[in-house]
Design a protein around this ligand. Structure first.
Ligand code: NAD
Ligand code: TYD
Length: 377
């Protein structure tokens, strides 16, 4: 496989995937296809933009004609599809944009790839359409223990390792889809279309569902970078509801490593869950982030706890996500490389050392958007 399109490569996870592929596979031509919405930022890729095996193309994934032309011009063999609208709060305000990009955009890529690949003598041989999705499509898990023990508790229920869990159940590859937010509904729909293109036309597809990512280059509307930025500027930290919702966190570079392994070694038509068995209550993460920022900025540790501000809960706020990634670990030998404490330390350091990146992103339009979101709560 030689000519690979990575969609959404100027975004958070996409930029890590582009960087990994460009550096690791000099023999591949990597095309980063991105519309550069508010979430896309070419500054995320400054370190690799001059590499000979890298090219950026500004394009909307909904533009069928342009993408079909690109498939032909660049003789594309592989597609790693990350472009999406990705923020739950925005999806609650503007669901149409999510349906357009996530559903119609994915369908447009699938159909263009189908037409091009089916026109070749070798057809689908050596081709691959890899769709990146989220654990949020599975819905929400409850926080119960079979014997009524208060969470978190130690479990071996879903992997060979002991780990802390907030409930007895997990998301498996076989878990029935049950999305609640317009974001997760749009991702679920796109996942179904991808699988339908395999089942109907024989397209070689793979879908993966990953837990919450954190790390450098994440747009500061998501919990961890938003709070680091607000603590830095001593602004309120809007905690939704009681801060007791549980998320399962994975360092973004580990997600990119998993994408690399699955793209090359994953079985066609399979689904793989990606996650690090790393569940945290929001409020506990928030306290860890406050302590870390304070320490690294030379403020007394915990000095900024008073920035915590409980605000109206997110509509339809899912209680708990927890991914079982045993299949990926067992079948393809992937495992996370970082402990959460190490990952958070690295992440906070990165944002504090990259003030210019943060300031560029948070100035102007975004500042106005954020103020209005915050005021409306
Ligand atoms: P992001 O919002 O940071 O980046 C999305 C990128 O897609 C941006 O560069 C944006 O410009 C581009 N884009 C948006 N609409 C486009 C369009 N119409 N045409 C072309 N490009 C467009 O998102 P992210 O957090 O990096 O997520 C990437 C993918 O991973 C998404 O599909 C998301 O659903 C999935 N995912 C994210 C997480 C997470 O925690 N962030 C977890 C699991 C799965
Ligand atoms: P987020 O980073 O938006 O990811 P997702 O909704 O995809 O899980 O939010 C992570 C958790 O943090 C989620 O439970 C919502 C909560 N949250 C807040 O409490 N305050 C905030 O300002 C944001 C952005 C999120």
């Amino acid at each position: 496989m030689k000519n690979i399109v990575i969609t959404g490569g100027a975004g958070f996870i996409g930029s890590h995937v582009v960087r990994l592929f460009v550096n690791k596979y000099p023999e591949y031509n990597i095309i980063n296809l991105d519309k550069l919405t508010y979430a896309g930022n070419l500054a995320n890729l400054k370190d690799i933009e001059d590499k000979p095996n890298y090219k950026f193309v500004k394009m909307d994934i909904c533009d069928f004609d342009a993408f079909y032309q690109l498939m032909q011009d660049e003789k594309i063999d592989g597609i790693i599809h990350l472009a999406a609208e990705s923020h739950v709060d925005r999806s609650i305000k503007d669901p149409f944009t999510f349906a357009r990009t996530n559903v119609m955009g994915t369908l447009s890529l699938l159909q263009a790839a189908k037409l091009y690949w089916e026109s070749l003598p070798e057809k689908y041989e050596g081709k691959r359409f890899y769709h990146i999705s989220t654990d949020e499509v599975y819905g929400a898990l409850s926080m119960t223990h079979p014997e009524g023990i208060e969470p978190p508790f130690t479990t071996t229920a879903s992997s060979s390792e002991h780990h802390l869990a907030y409930g007895e159940d997990f998301f498996y590859e076989t878990t029935k889809y049950n999305p609640h937010s317009p974001y997760s509904a749009s991702k679920a729909s796109s996942d179904h279309f991808v699988r339908a293109y395999h089942d109907t036309y024989g397209m070689p597809t793979i879908v993966t569902n990953c837990s919450n990512n954190y790390g450098p280059f994440q747009f500061p509307e998501k919990l961890i970078p938003l709070f680091i930025n607000n603590i830095r500027n001593r602004k309120p930290l809007p905690v939704y509801g009681k801060g007791e919702n549980v998320r399962d966190w994975l360092y973004v570079v580990d997600h990119a490593r998993a994408i690399d392994v699955i793209f090359h070694k994953g079985t066609i038509a399979e689904t793989y869950n990606i996650g690090g068995f790393n569940e945290w209550k929001n409020i506990d993460i928030i306290k860890t982030v406050i302590n870390t920022v304070d320490r690294l900025l030379g403020r007394p540790e915990g000095a900024d706890m008073d920035l915590i501000t409980y605000v109206t809960d997110r509509l339809g706020h899912d209680a708990r996500y927890a991914i079982d990634s045993t299949k990926l670990q067992r079948e393809l030998g992937w495992e996370p490389s970082l402990q959460f404490e190490e990952g958070i330390e690295k992440t906070v350091k990165w944002y504090l050392e990259n003030e210019e990146w943060l300031n560029n992103i948070t100035s102007g339009d975004y500042e106005k958007y954020y103020e209005s979101m915050y005021k409306n709560r």
